[in-house]
Design a protein around this ligand. Sequence first.
Ligand code: A2P
Ligand code: 11C
Length: 348
Amino acid sequence: QGYSVAILGATGAVGRRMIKQLAQSTIPVKSLKLLASSRSAGTELAFKGQKLVVEETTPESFAGVDLVLSSAGGAVSKRFLPEAVKRGAVCVDNTSAFRMDPEVPLVVPEVNPDALAHHHGIIANPNCSTIQMMVALEPIRKAFGLKQIIVSTYQAASGAGQSALNELYQEAQDYLDGKEMHAAILPTKGEAKHYPLAFNLLPQIDVLEDSGYSHEEWKMIHETKKIMLGDMNAKDIKVTATCVRVPVPIAHGESVYFTVEDQTATVEDLWKVLQKAPGVVLEDDIKHQVYPQPINAVGKRETFVGRVRPDYENPGAFNMWVVSDNLLKGAAWNTVQIAEYLVDRDLL
Ligand code: A2P
Ligand code: 11C
């Protein structure tokens, strides 16, 4: 009884959390395969108290597998997920490899779970910074309509993987020890130049494109349109983004400025909607200095919203502050949550 599951990228920052989220999920797991590269083949990791040995990934790794949860980078997904689908598996992919394929659903379960019904074997998990913004804005869009989003992000180092997080810790240690800091990974692997993140801010996440935007900013714009409106180029909501890496280990913060269609909407109206919204925790009490902070969001599945306030010079426009664990709701939990929906709706 149950499903044969494989986690691709099981040794990574997200993969390790996928193992834990799967253990805590409602999905009946008959067997679990932990897959990574040859570098970590042989490593032992625990699932529900049982030790499992990590295997090197090959196309044959997916024989007999029902469900693949994947987070090993876009190139690895492109290479292996079609092989897994060929062998009958359904894949929930946490990379950007297939997100903009019109045949591939891009899903945040609180927002567009119905898109899952039309999958062809691969379902894409959105980018972490997009996911938490969708959880906070979809209930507002449903209640008041949404015309425009202007978002500035404060993104944690772990978004760039375990190695980037290790780099941040080493830089911080070196700085405090009065030594020179060495950057080899951030702002993004494979770039010509690298800069320290410790005691710094980097206004580059992913590669910079000819448009002037970083690829992370591009993703926030086009993933938002695909998730909310079903079309990556939809014009009904205007979106623009500035993405910044901050020296925080885990949990992204976002300053979200948005304009709603219903100009009579008040902050109290928004609070009422956010209080009932699935996956949202409203932490907004300025009299008592209550607002979301990354340090408190670590390890939680929810998206935390606070500092909701009107733009007094622009009717229908508001600011809010949104925080979530980028490795959980932004990645491992959203992926496992999608898989739970697939199981519940008999879509595996
Ligand atoms: P490995 O530990 O063998 O390098 P992160 O996002 O934290 O950097 O993690 C990346 C994950 O992707 C790791 O589990 C890593 O495994 C895995 N990975 C990287 N390259 C490959 C590959 N060619 N085949 C399978 N897994 C890979
Ligand atoms: C970051 N948001 O913080 C990225 C990580 O497209 O899934 C996730 C990249 C992605 O660097």
